[in-house]
Design a protein around this ligand. Structure first.
Ligand code: CTP
Length: 401
């Protein structure tokens, strides 16, 4: 694996030479960038010597390098970027898109996965500003390794110590292996992903909808496309941008979502797998008015609703059924039995069940899924929606369509 390591200004920087040595010993490549603050804590010569006398990059204004637009090249040539240690200052810059030196500029310019291993005083880690920045970075898809609890150089104890180098290496290697399996299994496969919330119109300004943010479906689409799958994302309402390399078809209602799915299923090239994450409204107003309905003197209003098609069920029973059909189950009670019933009733291969009691999943960056198949259920524990996307794609890759 080819890693770009960015060392920033925290005393944990002194652990990086041993990380570099072990990383290379395991057969991986490394390129190192240091901030000015990092260079005050560990001499460049020590880092260079750990790499086997490679060049250490530290200057955005290096004329020779910038002749080839070096900061873009550096940010793109690695398989992943690791910021270790990641100081509170660097997390703040990353969260706000500030780029005033080589390290922060290439973090903004990169299109590669970014890992951070924070290291700072416990009070700095617990500060509201750091919390805000961490939340923003998690939402942006940055992956955190640590920090962990322990004694600090300043004499205080708490959360803020950088994760041990061997654990960082282990996590990166595990992630890399998983990426390799996913891209081998899903390269050039065609995926249909539904995401977001449908809107069922009453009139031009009113509709029925739900709380879904679309984050889980978009995370799956983004990752699958990055790893070589052909992804069509059929999306209801979200505030999310279309992920790079993904073909997005935006629709409003369940009826439109079904029509877009049918078109894709009936296309010449078959769909290999369908992943239905959309929060589809089960019912729509029986009547949709062309003009805004007036309140008038009414003191109450009764709406008559009609059932929407069950898109997942239709896909799973379609004459051109993809080899693998995955659904999600949003439940507030009896999570596992309800999800097992959905698996059977809808005839899909896998259901990922989550608890959607108020505030538990919708709009959050973390999720707690249970994988339900005909063979039983598996608790995936609490994880980021990105990590859940990775785990699902890994499963699909191991049982390719
Ligand atoms: N789904 C669908 N079309 C619908 C309703 C749901 O494709 N009209 C899909 C969702 O995308 C999800 C799965 O079915 O993958 C389960 O959705 P969920 O809302 O949990 O369940 P429902 O089938 O709507 O059943 P209920 O509301 O009774 O729990």
């Amino acid at each position: 694996m080819n890693l770009l390591l960015i060392i920033t200004g925290s005393v944990a920087a002194e652990k990086t030479p041993s990380f570099i040595t072990q990383w290379q010993k395991a057969g991986h490549h490394i390129t190192v960038v240091m901030t000015q603050a990092a260079k005050k804590l560990v001499p460049v010569e020590i880092i260079a010597s750990a790499t086997g006398k490679q060049r250490i990059f530290d200057d955005l204004w290096d004329a020779e390098m910038e002749e080839k637009i070096g900061h873009i090249e550096l940010s793109r040539q690695a398989d992943a970027i690791l910021v270790a240690p990641a100081s509170a200052d660097m997390l703040a810059k990353m969260a706000h898109g500030i780029c005033d030196d080589l390290a922060s500029t290439l973090l903004l310019a990169t299109n590669k996965p970014v890992f951070v291993a924070p290291a700072m005083n416990v009070k700095m880690w617990e500060h509201a500003a750091t919390h805000r920045n961490v939340r923003q970075l998690q939402e942006d898809g940055i992956r955190f390794i640590g920090p962990v609890k322990g004694a600090m150089r300043c004499g205080e104890t708490g959360i803020g110590r950088m994760e041990e180098p061997e654990n960082i290496q282990q996590q990166l290697e595990k992630w890399w292996q998983q990426q390799q399996t996913i891209s081998a299994g899903l390269k050039n496969k065609r995926l249909l992903i539904t995401a977001g919330a449908t809107r069922e119109r009453l009139d031009p300004v009113r509709y029925l909808t739900n709380d879904s943010s679309g984050k889980q479906g978009y995370a799956i689409a983004r990752m699958a496309a990055r790893l070589g799958a052909h992804v069509t994302l059929i999306s209801g309402h979200t505030n999310l941008p279309c992920p790079a390399g993904v073909q997005r078809i935006t629709i409003e209602s369940a009826t439109e979502m079904l029509a877009a799915c049918e078109t894709l299923l009936n296309a010449k090239t078959p769909v290999d797998a369908a992943i239905c994450t959309a929060a589809v409204a089960d019912f729509r107003p029986e009547e949709q008015h062309e003009s805004k309905q007036k309140r008038g003197e009414k003191t109450s209003l009764t709406l008559k609703l009609t059932a929407n098609p069950d898109i997942l069920k239709i896909i799973a029973n379609h004459p051109k059924r993809p080899a693998c059909v995955v659904g999600f189950a949003a439940e507030t009670d009896h999570l596992i039995p309800n999800a097992q019933a959905k698996l059977k009733a809808k005839h899909c291969d896998l259901i990922l069940a989550n608890n959607v009691s108020l505030g538990a999943v919708f709009g959050q960056d973390e999720t707690h899924l249970h994988a339900i198949t005909a063979n039983g259920s598996d608790d995936w524990g609490v994880m980021s929606k990105d990590a859940a996307a990775e785990k699902l794609l890994h499963l699909l890759a191991l049982h390719p369509a």
